[in-house]
Write a protein of this length. Structure first.
Length: 259
């Protein structure tokens, strides 16, 4: 599954490079419009910069929710339409706003807590700081899956969060790869492409593609309740996906009309 996921994500990104660039640039513009005046205000000792941050963070999450929904469609081999953006915004903004609130509060408290406990300079403080660190990692791993889960599975915010936790634990190896390798690499490559390719849009495309393939496993397990997870016939389940992804040469990717 892993190699097919990498291949599918790359081909989907190549075929929809314009959508990825627009999504990434929209996020970059939101960052730029919000961060520049915030830093200017903070230089003058004003607290108004924090008010800008209060608006900036939800705006980023709402935009990310829309981008994730678009990347979900791309992962399903569907064409994007500009006319769907208002409906997508209407469908995703509440969950994105709540996600921004929970993420901001939790990670702010986590950073403060680890700093506080580390400053105690005792074994108890060190243990508390280490415990809080791993809790933070667990929350980070869970939130990685939240937007793709909201895009593909039914349920309200709480149920989506619960499903994200279950998917994270059930696919811990993949989640560790996503959280510690795929996401950081995409973010590091983002500025090298003038904030066009890779970046948040590329990450969401990869995550939505990953969940699409994982759902094949869960659908099979649902029809085979007595089977174990090691018995999942990945080769059979991925036959259709392999055919849809297909094979391409470098020449065919750059000049598809010549093949």
């Amino acid at each position: 599954m892993f190699f097919l996921l990498v291949k599918k994500s790359f081909f989907d990104a190549w075929d929809n490079l314009g959508a990825l660039i627009l999504g990434n640039l929209s996020l970059f513009i939101i960052f730029a419009l919000g961060l520049w005046p915030m830093f200017k205000i903070l230089e003058n000792g004003s607290t108004a910069g924090f008010l800008i941050l209060v608006v900036l963070i939800p705006a980023v999450f709402i935009a990310l929710g829309i981008i994730s929904a678009a990347m979900s469609q791309i992962a399903d081999y569907k064409r994007l339409s500009w006319g769907e953006i208002p409906e997508t915004l209407k469908r995703t903004w509440k969950a994105s706003l709540l996600l921004s609130l929970i993420s901001t509060v939790f990670f702010s408290m986590s950073i403060f807590g680890m700093s506080y406990y580390s400053g105690m300079k005792s074994m108890l403080g060190l243990a508390a700081s280490a415990l809080l660190f791993w809790i933070t990692v667990g929350v980070y791993f869970t939130l990685i899956w939240f937007l793709p889960v909201r895009n593909r599975l039914t349920g309200d915010f709480r149920k989506s969060l619960k499903k994200s936790i279950l998917i994270m634990f059930d696919n811990l190896g993949l989640t560790i790869f996503l959280g510690f390798i795929m996401i950081p690499v995409n973010l590091m490559l983002w500025p090298l492409t003038a904030f066009g390719a890779f970046g948040p849009a590329g990450i969401q495309l990869y995550l939505n593609s990953a969940l699409r393939l994982l759902i094949l496993k869960y659908d099979w397990l649902e029809t085979h309740p007595d089977a174990k997870r090691k018995d999942v016939p990945w080769y059979e389940l991925l036959v259709d996906e392999k055919e849809r992804v297909g094979k391409r040469s470098l020449k065919g990717m750059i000049f598809p009309w010549k093949e």
